[in-house]
Design a protein around this ligand. Structure first.
Ligand SMILES: Cc1ncc(COP(=O)(O)O)c(C=O)c1O
Length: 401
């Protein structure tokens, strides 16, 4: 006879099945992670240009604020659904400081990372079954989140000719079933940015065609030759998504924000209250303090810039000549089509033969990503230099297709 625990935990062979909408793509990057882990387990070295996660700790002021809150013995319970006012006001102040814009704190909502910001924004803007345009290459979770919400991602193909960014002409030629578009500046995996003029033209095109415009500005602050412009300079009728994960290096604190058109505020408040209650209280308190940490964070951006410049100088020596130089973020998206049309296999081989690991393009672009790699450069300069040192002779030894 079976023990009762066995009976309880034996998975049924038949019965209710998972929903089709939960069948989101698994990133190929996880396959590469597995290969990395296997290599490390076998005692091998890995020079990691794979992940997009800053390696330095959060700003001192954020840590101090969190320690103070913990030490106070206060309850740290839920907050209001839209977040604590000092955080929402601090974020409004950021737009004043960075862009000279007066955004009322009432239009700012604190979220659980930008990831929850996307979910809330998509729920507030679209109905099940709607089609939403997604620029490709782009951060793969846009597609996964849309699919999980029963929305249909519509691929807008871009290439180096427009620096992998959408143009107003592309927006004008979207099919009529498209209800909105997701854009990022600076973007992942390309690091390219939209200028104020381009943002304004995109904003106007979306208004003309009655589309929701959702702009991921998570990499604001991590820019090299000039600061990023915000879509909010073009007007109030776009949804801005941002957060503390990248410039502030606070990925695990799970803190993001939305800047919303007035008419979405009550919807987001209700949705957040129902779905997540509030963003983590400790992180919100730390976030308020992090907003004044520019002095500590600026040298980090300079270090990323130095890594970007080292990669930009090295890639032609590797025989990689087709890429759009990144304006921000900490990624470079390179066309390796001369060497391979299978970026996953190429990444695995590169890891095996050099120890250097990058992300395969297929996660970011469902059609053309097989001939691209994403190099991440948010790590220490010594890691980037070592990768270059190993990759130069290796690429030179490869046969061109
Ligand atoms: C462009 C972009 N948006 C959003 C995210 C999600 O970040 P988080 O949920 O930590 O804010 C990432 C993470 O890498 C990203 O690259």
């Amino acid at each position: 006879m079976l023990a009762s625990a066995d009976r309880v935990f034996t998975a049924p062979q038949t019965g209710p099945q998972p929903s089709p909408r939960s069948d989101v793509e698994i990133y190929q990057m996880w396959e590469i992670f597995k290969a990395v882990n296997a290599r490390v387990k076998a005692g091998g070295e890995v020079v990691n240009l794979l992940v997009g996660e800053p390696t330095l700790p959060p700003p001192q002021a954020a840590i101090a604020a969190a320690q103070k809150a913990l030490g106070s013995g206060r309850q740290l319970g839920y907050t209001e659904a839209l977040g604590i006012m000092p955080l929402r006001e601090g974020i409004a102040g950021l737009y004043r400081r960075r862009h000279g814009l007066d955004i009322p704190a009432s239009r700012v909502a604190a979220t659980i990372g930008t990831s929850s910001g996307f979910m809330l924004a998509f729920l507030a803007c679209f109905s099940a079954g709607d089609t939403v345009a997604v620029v490709e290459p782009s951060y793969p979770a846009y597609r996964g989140t849309l699919k999980a919400l029963d929305l249909i991602p519509y691929r807008v193909a871009t290439d180096a000719a427009t620096r992998f960014q959408v143009t107003p002409a592309m927006i004008a030629s979207l099919p009529p079933q498209v209800k909105g578009i997701v854009v990022a500046s600076p973007a992942n995996p390309t690091g390219t940015m939209l200028s104020a003029t381009e943002l304004r033209a995109i904003y106007e095109a979306c208004r003309l065609h009655g589309l929701w415009l959702i702009v991921d500005e998570l990499y604001h602050g991590v820019t090299y030759d000039q600061p990023a412009d915000t879509i909010l300079s073009a007007g109030d009728d776009a949804v801005v998504i941002n957060g503390f994960s990248k410039y502030w290096g606070m990925t695990g604190w799970r803190l993001g924000w939305l800047v919303l058109p007035e008419r979405l505020v009550p919807r987001i408040e209700a949705l957040h209250g129902s779905l997540q209650i509030s963003a983590p209280t400790l992180s919100q308190l730390a976030g308020v303090a992090a907003l004044s940490a520019d002095e500590e964070l600026q040298p980090r951006v300079l270090a990323y810039k130095r890594n970007r410049d080292a990669l930009l100088a090295a890639l032609p020596r590797l025989g990689i000549t087709r890429f759009a130089p990144p304006d921000g973020a900490f990624y470079l998206y390179a066309d390796i089509g001369d060497f391979s049309d299978d970026s996953v296999a190429f990444c695995k081989r590169m890891l095996e033969e050099t120890g250097v690991v990058t992300a395969p393009g297929v996660d970011f672009d469902t059609a053309d990503g097989r001939r691209f790699l994403r190099f991440s450069f948010c790590m220490d300069a010594s890691v980037v230099d070592e990768a270059i040192r190993r990759l130069e002779p290796w690429f030179r030894s490869l046969n061109r297709r």
